[in-house]
Design a protein around this ligand. Sequence first.
Ligand code: PLP
Length: 360
Amino acid sequence: MSALVLPSVELLSPYETGKPLDELARELGVTDAVKLASNENPLGPSPRALEAARRALESVHLYPDGAAYRLRERLAAVHGVTMEEIVQGNGSNELLDLIVHAFATPGSHIVFADPAFVVYKLAALAYGVPFTAVPLRDLRHDLEAMAAAVTPKTRLLFIANPNNPTGTHVGRAAVERLLRELPPEVIVVMDEAYIQYADAADFPDSMRLRGLRERLLVLRTFSKIYGLAGFRVGYAVGPVQLIDYLNRVRAPFNVSALAQAAAVAALDDAEHVEKSRALNLRERDRLTRELTRLGLSVAPSQANFVLVDVGRPARPVYDALLRKGVIVRPFGNLPTSLRVTIGTERENQRFLDSLSAVLA
Ligand SMILES: Cc1ncc(COP(=O)(O)O)c(C=O)c1O
């Protein structure tokens, strides 16, 4: 009998999410836990986005706008591009999957970093596309090694900037060099889910680097600073030809009506974005300082989380923190580190106090 699935799908394990609060309550009876595991916005959604979603509820018997016209119109104005250069996704996650679906085959090849956002690897395995996972150097993308890993078969190269789970970034000069020097057939995907949290002077905004390379896709999301992770909205900006192909392979109504309405309203709430950014910058500094004071090493973060090396197997520390009602995120390929989302001051303090107690 022929195989039921591709051999690479046999190797695939489903994406592991941060532990939901409900699950912790069911498993350990902890009901007042804080979740610092999925890089969500601790201030919640913009009140304007919520109001827009409530209004959109009235029309929920109708299909959403399959072209997401208003959302793409607003995004085009925000980024100074045409609507034809934008495609919406059910989270940027869906777009990552569609990009591999549209542009790679089992005969081509993909390059990404390791550890980086795990969905690049999951998508490659799902479609049976061979890949090279290039180790980080000093916890950062090693762009030279990634360029060297490109073969005549390479069609896609993914960069998360800032990277998840490390929070580290690659600077403008290195990104510009890569965009100029890679063979023209390679599509570079700059995944900028956390870009609004970056404050480094050399942090590149890939929307501004599109002139350097035809085959560049920039991914953004409403899940992080806009606080709409539960709605699932992201988008890609790129050349009309690539966007057209992504439109051919996406599902007709891939972003719900409520999500589209909320996203449009969130774009108009600059105050909420600024408040979220300011809190994150303040608390990222404080958390980094306090963890360092505990003698732990913290990767320099440009995102809304920090990766902390606890200097011992991280899994038991993760489990002990769960029992204290603090959910963070362990990673199998970073066995002594935990990724901690930056929460409110109170949530972060609870994490710091719990971690000190666990490590003592
Ligand atoms: C680097 C990166 N890209 C993309 C995503 C996907 O986000 P979403 O599908 O919610 O837009 C995430 C989520 O954590 C991420 O960390």
